[in-house]
Write a protein that binds this ligand. Structure first.
Ligand SMILES: Nc1ncnc2c1ncn2[C@@H]1O[C@H](COP(=O)(O)OS(=O)(=O)O)[C@@H](OP(=O)(O)O)[C@H]1O
Length: 901
């Protein structure tokens, strides 16, 4: 297989390929082709071989465009002047930057990267001298300040950061600035500030602006702003800033300034020679050396706006500008139009990395795999044929179940993966049939001497992968040794940039991207919007953006995309060419298992899935086994905390004729304990087994007292049970802590048996580790405000019911009556008839069933005075926070809280 070199030329509309044999195209562009045919076969052009084949010779820019923009010509004579580097210097400069930021930046959390600021190519004043060396690195978060929270820009900025998986918060500029440092330790909370309108930054009230500016200059955090709308006039002059912005311009051509230190993704050598979208561009003219141009354009020939500015029309204009902060020590980058325009997206990506000192951004590596599904299946006349292949590379013949075509000559030319013999969806089969289908497929491969790769498999229609079908994963692991797969369905199909990966039963599930070449799309005409739309997608549109923002990409294509108009070859060839032309992204094509490993080393937090509820999503319901039911979920959950009377509440609710608790678990008694511990990894089938089939008019519920203070539970529970009501009991925290200690003593816990209560609660950092751990387990659940705030991050306040623990002890009838209304259960039962105070027990008991077991409501000596004093102090700030939070929520304060100070 020879390395193919080819040349491209660009005309304003379209990149065309010359003399390129068809099948080799995909390989040439470094795309791993994995052709999967269950019926069928698989082809993977993988690893170093395909990388070797991926050599594009780009013509110099002067050859690419008939009359290239000369960047020297483009520089305004009004002070925005730089010494331009030679090409060699530029290459060296880019290499330096890439080295500094590689690999994936989020792996470097806590490590500060200086990007470009130390570049020898630009005399950027060295601010570091004034910054204390022990300056903390800000959180990897962005604060976006917008003029109008309902503006479409909010959405586009959110997508821009979301697609790069950068955490962000959006606020209206007119709102109060949030605290910029963390309450606990004063750590800086933001790595970057973004304004949707540069002028709204300038016009911030002085005191507010001062706070922001001081933060920025102290922590070396920069500001990224857009400027695209004129307020009153087409020209805004900021004489004190020595800056002029001209709005509403129509432009053509785009070129990056090579000497800027910000470029990582952007490739300054490339020139875009086409009309830019919209007439809403803003351009900058400046007369102070603090301003450096970042990107240039020229005025469109048919622009009919104000022609006052000679610099704009004669020399080209600056559409993105960098204020290096000579005056205020704040680096700012302003882009003269929306960030969705692909060249601005590139500028924006590099800007956020630069302005955050390398704290935000993506690796330059892009790992690409293209699977081909059902290679030889389809209507006669549209199938891929031998003539569609580069015959020196690919030969085809028959393989699979009856009716599909396979060419034996290609058997040793590809890496094959199989799926189901008859393309069945695993969720429709029982475990036996599922294994039989896989075995038949494998037998066929063996019979035909097809060397099938065992690491990677996919299923028809994503079935069984997510929502997971245990039988599929079991069969994959036990029968086939599968270690990775891919899907578009976790956690859901849209938005595509929020797709994630997870590992289940040892199988790495990597998110798959959509290239929009579906099974039925065989010709340009059949592509939505035709060839024109496909070209837009490739040249800066949807498909290009996927490459720009997604370090690890797996695409699924289909047989028919390779025959007919060869849409797959066309798309991947051209998009990789476009990416290579305008970016420094490094495309690679390792085999599937390497891609999967790379994914989870990049995103280690994603190992455990966050289970979502298939019943909330039609697409998931379609691939969920028929024997699963949405009834097997609770309507409400008592989440704790421990030792606040959760068992009493649970028992009293169970006595209601229309309420049914989860089934008793031999390990956890009346609790399920799914969301807070290792049970979560068993998946939702395990959880659902704890609930019965629905009975008309009966509501199911569960109680697990450890949920309340568990860090992960609110997010996980909300993902699975977004409509559930949450019941929380707030009992006096010192009493709760003491009850917990007594509970452990009754179970002869070795640590508490050796220490008094006071010794436990007064232990310090210097105490033995076990003692400290016990102290934390004893005291932390009582820090109610912290935990409650976490629940409120996910659940709307009106889904949360707070029980006063004192009232539950002393007047449970009142509690039960209120709770029934909250969960809206029918019929309403008057607990006055069901509960009686039992003098001997000292607690309320059910009239019919009797009292709770002797384990609940134990008799023990009262808490010693020293511990009482210590706990009063310990909980004082937490109780104060709880008071504030409850007031904010408009909730009554429990009696014990009102009386504590
Ligand atoms: N009716 C009734 N009967 C018995 N006990 C009652 C009742 N109402 C509230 N309580 C209080 O509940 C405390 C036990 O709390 P939990 O059930 O949440 O404990 S656990 O977390 O499930 O172990 C238990 O704590 P101890 O008194 O320390 O045993 C009781 O104070």
């Amino acid at each position: 297989m020879s390395t193919r070199r080819f040349m491209v030329w660009v005309n304003p509309g379209l990149t065309r390929m010359l003399s390129l044999k068809r099948w080799s195209v995909v390989k040439v562009f470094s795309v791993v082709l994995t052709i999967c045919l269950t019926w069928a076969t698989v082809l993977v052009l993988t690893g170093s071989e395909s990388i070797q084949r991926f050599r594009i010779r780009l013509l110099p820019s002067s050859d690419l465009v008939p009359s290239p923009l000369n960047h020297k010509d483009l520089i305004s004579s009004r002070g925005i002047m730089n010494t331009l580097p030679s090409d060699d210097e530029l290459v060296q400069h880019l290499r330096n930057q890439n080295g500094a930021l590689d690999p994936y930046l989020s792996d470097k959390l806590g490590v500060s990267h200086v990007v470009g600021g130390s570049s020898p190519l630009l005399e950027v004043p060295d601010f570091t001298a004034e910054v204390p060396s022990d300056l903390p690195t800000p959180y990897r978060k962005v604060l976006i300040l917008v003029e109008d929270t309902s503006s479409p820009l909010v959405l586009t900025l959110g997508q821009f950061f979301g697609q790069q998986r950068i955490d962000y918060k959006t606020l209206a500029t007119k709102d109060e600035l949030p605290r910029l440092t963390a309450v606990e330790d004063n750590s800086p909370k933001y790595s970057l500030f973004v304004f949707d309108d540069f002028v709204s930054y300038l016009k911030m009230p002085t005191s507010k602006k001062r706070v922001l500016d001081e933060y920025c200059s102290y922590y070396r955090v920069g500001i990224l702003a857009l400027s695209m709308s004129a307020r009153t006039s087409e020209i805004e002059l900021f004489s004190d800033l020595k800056l002029k912005i001209q709005h509403r311009m129509k432009l053509q051509h785009y070129k990056l300034e090579p000497s800027s230190p910000i470029w990582r993704v952007g490739k300054p050598a490339a020139v875009f020679q086409e009309q830019l979208p919209s007439q809403e561009w803003s351009v900058f003219t400046a007369s102070h050396p603090t301003y450096r141009p970042l990107a240039y354009s020229t005025v469109a020939a048919d622009w009919d706006g104000t022609k006052q500015d000679v610099n704009v029309t004669k020399f080209g204009c600056v559409v993105a500008i960098h204020d290096i902060g000579m005056r205020d020590q704040i680096q700012k980058i302003i882009i003269g139009y929306d960030i969705t325009f692909w060249l601005n997206s590139i500028v924006g990506m590099d800007a956020i990395t630069f302005l955050s000192n390398g704290n935000l951004g993506l690796t330059l590596d892009r790992y690409v795999q293209v699977d081909v599904d059902d290679m030889f299946v389809g209507k006669t006349g549209i199938r891929t044929l031998v003539k569609d292949a580069d015959v020196s590379v690919v030969h085809m013949t028959y393989f699979c179940d009856s009716g599909c075509i396979f060419y034996p000559e290609i058997a040793d030319k590809f890496i094959w993966f199989d799926h189901m013999y008859k393309h069945e969806q695993p969720h429709l089969l029982n475990a036996t049939l599922l294994r039989q289908s896989m075995a038949s497929n494998m037998e066929f491969a063996q019979e035909k001497k097809i060397p099938v790769m065992r690491d990677y498999m996919v299923t028809p229609h994503h079935s069984g992968v997510y929502p997971v079908v245990d039988a599929l994963f079991d069969a994959w692991v036990e029968e086939r040794g599968v270690v990775c797969t891919s899907t578009e369905e976790y956690p859901r199909y849209v938005p595509h940039w929020e797709r994630r990966g997870f590992i289940y039963k040892g199988v790495m599930v990597v998110p798959r991207q959509t290239c929009r070449l579906f099974t039925h799309i065989n010709t340009f005409e059949e592509y939505q919007g035709g060839k024109e739309e496909l070209d837009i997608s490739i040249r800066g549109g949807y498909l290009f953006k996927v490459f720009l923002y997604t370090p690890i990409m797996i695409f699924m294509t289909h047989m028919s995309n390779y025959a007919n108009d060869q849409l797959a070859q066309y798309s991947f060839e051209h998009v990789t060419e476009f990416v290579a032309q305008y970016t420094n992204l490094r495309m690679q094509t390792p085999p599937p298992v390497e891609i999967a490993k790379k994914y989870f080393s990049m995103y280690p937090d994603e190992v455990l899935p966050i289970w979502t509820n298939p019943c909330d999503y039609k697409k998931h319901m379609e691939i969920w086994p028929a024997d699963k039911s949405c009834d097997h979920f609770p309507s409400f959950v008592i989440v704790g905390p421990q030792k606040t009377g959760t068992t009493a509440l649970h028992t009293f609710l169970e006595a209601h004729p229309s309420l049914k608790s989860s089934k008793k678990d031999p390990q956890y008694f009346e609790e399920v304990q799914f969301f807070n511990n290792k049970n979560y990894a068993y998946g939702i089938d395990w959880y659902m087994k704890h609930f019965d089939d629905a009975e008309k008019g009966v509501m199911q519920f569960e109680k697990s007292a450890n949920y309340f203070d568990n860090e992960f539970t609110p997010q996980r529970m909300f993902a699975l049970l977004p409509n559930a009501k949450i019941v929380i009991i707030l009992a006096e925290p010192a009493r709760r802590a003491y009850s917990w200690y007594q509970h452990l003593r009754s179970h002869e816990d070795p640590v508490v048996m050796n220490y008094t209560f006071f010794e436990v609660v007064s232990s310090t950092e210097n105490s033995p580790r076990q003692l400290r751990d016990t102290r934390n387990r004893c005291l932390k659940p009582g820090e109610y405000a912290t935990h409650l705030a976490r629940w409120l991050k996910f659940y709307p306040r009106n889904q949360i019911f707070l029980v006063d623990g004192d009232q539950l002890n002393k007047d449970p009838i009142m509690t039960m009556n209120k709770l029934q209304k909250f969960i809206a259960v029918a019929p309403y039962i008057d607990y006055y008839k069901m509960l009686r105070f039992d003098k001997e027990k000292g607690f309320y008991c059910l009239v019919e069933q009797g009292c709770l077991s002797p384990n609940k409501g134990r008799k023990y000596v009262p808490m010693d005075g020293e511990s009482q004093r210590l706990l009063k102090n310990y909980y004082a700030p937490h109780n104060a926070q709880l008071r504030t939070l409850l007031t904010e929520l408009g909730r009554p304060h429990p009696r014990w809280l009102a009386s504590s100070t």
